[in-house]
Design a protein around this ligand. Sequence first.
Ligand SMILES: [Zn+2]
Length: 498
Amino acid sequence: MSELFEQLKPHLDKINAYSSALTLFSWDSETCAPKDSSEYTSRVVGELSSEQFKANTDPLLKELLVKLKGDDSLSVNEKAIVRNLWKTLEDMEKIPPDEYREYAELQAVAAQIWQKAKREDDYASFSPTLEKIISYNKKFAGYKAKDGQKLYDVLLDEYEEGFSVELLDEFFSRLKEEIVPLLKKVVEKNSEIDDSFLHQNYDINKQKEFNRFLAEYIGFDFDRGVMAESEHPFTTNLHNHDVRITTHYYENMPESAIFSTIHEGGHALYEFGVADELTQTPVGTGASMGMHESQSRFMENVIGRSEAFWEPIYEKLVSFFPKQLKEVPLEDFIKAINKVQPDLIRTEADELTYSLHILIRYELEKQIMEEDIDLSELPKLWADKYEEYLGVRPKNETEGVLQDVHWAQGMFGYFPSYALGNAFAAQIYEHMKKKLDVDAVLRSGDISPIVKYLGENIHRYGMVKKSRELLKDTTGEDFTAEYYIQYLKDKFTRIYDL
Ligand SMILES: [Zn+2]
């Protein structure tokens, strides 16, 4: 390690400490903090965020980075760290510190305001907060925008570098073209699939026990991770030896917890797999939101909803719930967990309609950021799009515009990553099949060769490579939607006998 890079170490440690503290507070607020705590805790979060801001924009750090940017002797990982710190510093310097702090405090209370509004089906009570969040996002994006760059492009770039409105318009229009007609055919045959056995009573304690087994089965390491419960399942991490996931149990919907566990487990495997040399540095986490989703959705859908995956463990599930499943052959179980049901709630969406939920949010975000739409119209715009693409209309705001936390957290530009993740996953799967007999691995009851493949090709790099680069280096091809479309067509033609 060069002497110059060595001088970066105290800065890295400080930045890492603040970001770890903030991560812990956010984990705490989602899993176990008392509901009246947020207003008070937000002061602590505001203070920590402002210290983090100072650490990231420290003039001494800047001086050092200017020198390091021109240092050719740095290793690939060191260069990635320098590049990442420089980008953060450049972005942050464009935002006045007061505004940064005010925004962090707003974010900390907004999620609670949203939660209450959602509980009470009252969008109007959340709308003024949403308006403030949107105006901060526009202002910040404006500070960062290069000449003539669209505000929404700036936001998209934060979550998925190298992806723009232009590319996403093309991607989503391909999906619309192919998925909407396929969905129509599938829905016509929907009465043929019986999933009533999944809607009986499944004891929550038994579900918990089975889900713990499942997490371990896919490779979740309980010595380096914990599993808790939250309203919306998610994954967070402090480093590659502290990765945390949540799931959510419903008595009459066991598949909800099962696929949340596998999904978040997929995210967790990514974080466990980041190389030791990278963890606790700014590039010691997943490459991007989209690449992260590719890992979780690959585990959840491509692997977790396949017959080969369940072959070795279906008997175990039946042994937990004999009354409900004893008479159900594996083949029927597989059909039921892949049943397509155009519906209102994104997080419960099936594999085929999922990306249409994202398409709707993408189109709305584009309007919010690029055309000054009247926010009071948002619930109606939302409902109209659901009717148009999915043929269902929300009866209220809780199951409509208020369903997701993302906008309350100021995450505009994040949603498209979910759909991109599906497409990344299909492209990676196509390549994996050339290297591994994936179905044979799954049938063997030991899925570790799959995790190993992902570790070697994706996980270990952390953020050293950008998502598009990682995809290209792994699969030999630039990003394309075509494998994803083909995968969906093949799978649902098979499941529905089209
Ligand atoms: Zn996810």
